[in-house]
Structure formats: C-alpha cells, structure tokens
Design a protein around this ligand. Sequence first.
Ligand code: SAM
Ligand code: SF4
Length: 446
Amino acid sequence: MGWLMNRDPKTFHVKSFGCQMNMYDGARMTELLEAQGMTAAVDGVEADLVVLNTCHIREKAAEKVYSDIGRLKREDGSRPMIAVAGCVAQAEGAEIPRRAPSVDIVVGPQAYHRLPDLLNEAKTGKRALDTDMPIESKFGALPARRKQAPSAFLTVQEGCDKFCTYCVVPYTRGAEVSRDWTAIVDEAKALIDGGAREITLLGQNVNAWEGEDDKGRHQGFDGLIRALDALPGLARIRYTTSHPNDMTEGLIQAHGDVEKLMPYLHLPVQSGNDRILKAMNRSHTTRSYLAILDRVRAVRPDIALSGDFIVGFPGETEAEFEDTLKLVSAVNYAQAYSFKYSPRPGTPAADMENQVAAEVMDERLQRLQALINVGQLAFNQATVGKHTQVLLERQGKKPGQLIGKSPWLQSIHLETVAKIGEIVDVEILSAGPNSLAGAELMEKAA
Ligand code: SAM
Ligand code: SF4
C-alpha cells in the first residue's frame, strides 16, 4: 500500500519453493515470460516483476508467503509487480490480495499458462486472479522448451486422487491427469536438442501415468519409459515421486532391463506401522511395501532406495514410531526425507483427535533423521572404490573442479578437463553423508 510501482515490467524473477514439480513450473513460467520479450533478472531485488511460486505442503506456508511479499518492498519505497503462483495461490485465492493488497496477480498451478494475459490485465491497474483448473491442457499453451542444463525435469502427470488424510495436494493440484504421450515425447526430444542428457519424469504420482501411444495402444508408465529409452542422445532417465500402489510388474521389470533407467527409486512409505498407514489412507501396508522393494531388488540388485516419512501423525504412539525406525533399518535407504506432521487446513487428519505434541514430534524427527543419516553415510561409503559413470552438471568451488551425479544420485566432486554435459568414467575415492570425491579414469577416456 502506497508503494511506488512500474506498471510496464521488462525484467522478471521467478522464485520457486517446494517440490521438483514447482521447479519445473517455475522453468516453464520463465520460458513463457521470455517468450513475451521479458528478460530474466538474477534475483528479485531489481526485477520489475517477481513471481512467488509457492508451496503449501507444510506448516505456515501461507504466513511465509505474506512475509516474503512484505520483504519485496525496497528501501526507496518502490516495489516490483508481484504475482503469487503455486499451491498457496490455489488454496488462498482471493484472500491473498485481501491480506496483501500489493499483490497484482494470483495464479494457480493449473492456470499459469495464462500469466501473460493476467499480466496485461494487471498492467491496467486491475488485480488479476485465476485459480481455475481448466480441462484444456495448459501444456499445449506453453512455448517450446529452450536450452537446457544436462539434467532436465519433465512433468508427465499432475494431481492426485489418493486423498491421504494428511495431504493437501488433491485439493491444490486437482484430480490425477496424465499428459498426452506425443506431447511428452516431443518435449523430451526438445529437451535433448537443447542439451539435456538426463530427464527426470515428474508427477505427484508419476507412476500412475497412463495413456495411449502414437499407435493408439494403451500404455502404462513403463511403456512411456521404454519409448524415451529409444530416443537418441538421451543417456539417463529418472522419475519421481512414485506411489507404492502404482508400482506395476511392468515398471519393476523396466528397472531390470531398461539400461537408461537409473538404479534409484524414490518410493515414499510415510510410516512403518500399519495402523498409522491405515489412518493415513495410504492403502498399502508395510508388508506390501517391503515386498515391492524385494521385487525391485531382485531385478536390479544395485538399486538405491529413497523414501518419505512423516513423524507424529495424530495418535502415533512411541511404539508405532519405533516401527518406523525398524522399517528404516530393515530397508537400508540410500537417502530419505522426513517431516514432522503438519495439520493442513481442510484435510481429514487436521480434525483428528490426539494431535501429537510439538516437542514429541521434534524428538522423533531427530531420532529418525539420525538413523537416516547413518544409513546414507553407510550407503555412500560402500560405493568407495567402485568405478562408475558421472554426468557432469555444474562447476565446483575449486578451479578445474566439476560436480556431477552418479547413477545412484550421489553428488560427486572431481577434477577434470571434460565439459559440463559429458559423462565420464570415475573411481569413487571418498564419501561423506552428502557428497563424494572421485577421480576420472583416464585409460577408459583415451
Ligand atoms: N505422492 C507422493 C506419495 O504419496 O508418496 C508424495 C507427494 S507429497 C507432495 C511429498 C511428501 O510431503 C509426502 O510424501 C509426505 O511425506 C510429505 N507431506 C505431505 N503432506 C504432509 C503433511 N501434512 N505433513 C507433513 N508432511 C507431509
Ligand atoms: Fe498427497 Fe501423495 Fe497421498 Fe496424493 S498420494 S494425497 S500427493 S501424499
């Protein structure tokens, strides 16, 4: 209020929070604004337009957005145009400009292809809002993909019909929708032409993807992976996040015989206790989850496993939490993400009795994370001495040092004269919990 603002923005900055799908959406919004002739600014301080691409998955998400908006005011009293996008925009809608009148645009995750129209509306001084979930695909309205980093994201599936009782995603991202086969394959080709060597397929439940191929045959997610495997120039395929219920036999088999599919599986379980899983509406048990991991390991023995965990779901007892610790020890995760349960407004679990006290959740999270860290270090150390391949992704801090990823998604630092985007043969020399050092194997490269 009372902030001075330039109503003809030439530069912009997209700030994305949260999951990889938001990173992908942020990249697409950047391409969309560039296609309008605008220029990306390095950070939000000088940009004429700032897009806050928000996440609603955890505690105080909306409060954080309001304080981020406040911070955009500059010392001289001016401010950029402000657009709030992402899941907080979807959940809060018109409440955002009511509470933060300096916001010019509110756009939900299924409507951001309309950003240029909304921007034109906002330029005339109106407040522009679009939180519709249109049936027609936003993807078709977005410009073609541009130059890429060696590792690129590609969203193939959006939304979720699973309604886990703690989760806001089915409300903010809408129903489960699979993108069209040809659109995905074309986007993958454009990414490869732009320099991508690795593509990570994204979706809230990416392995629920299904559709018809270019010959009209019904295909599951494994069929899509096999089609991408056939694309020349692509070296690596990954996917995230997958749901245990959609781990089909075909997909498990693909881990055994599709060479480009990297030996890494992020398969969230959330809890190691069946009563809690039922209360979460997860529709899998610890036993069925472990059976899937056994089948994947049978076809791909070197697979690195990862998962998500929630501690302190309403009613979780100490013994039920300890079941989670037991599961973590039994699986030997290469890495895992763990969160304190956060009541999300409008979800069934938020109204459940027996909410767990904050200090109990803190203590459980610490114990779980300590155990996960031990496993992560052990996994990394077990790869020391191995010869593997590293996709070089970015510059390291030291001169001549590059950082890349192993097939198991480990960050490997090495000195090399090879270039970003190349895949080099490496021996792993040493390992910490989060990064490893390697040496290039010269005899192979010669
Ligand atoms: N669809 C994936 C699945 O079901 O496994 C996960 C997608 S979700 C956006 C990412 C992770 O956020 C979940 O796996 C869960 O661990 C965590 N999460 C979701 N809602 C949460 C909540 N209310 N409190 C704490 N963590 C939550
Ligand atoms: Fe949320 Fe994943 Fe459950 Fe869907 S399956 S409701 S995205 S946690």
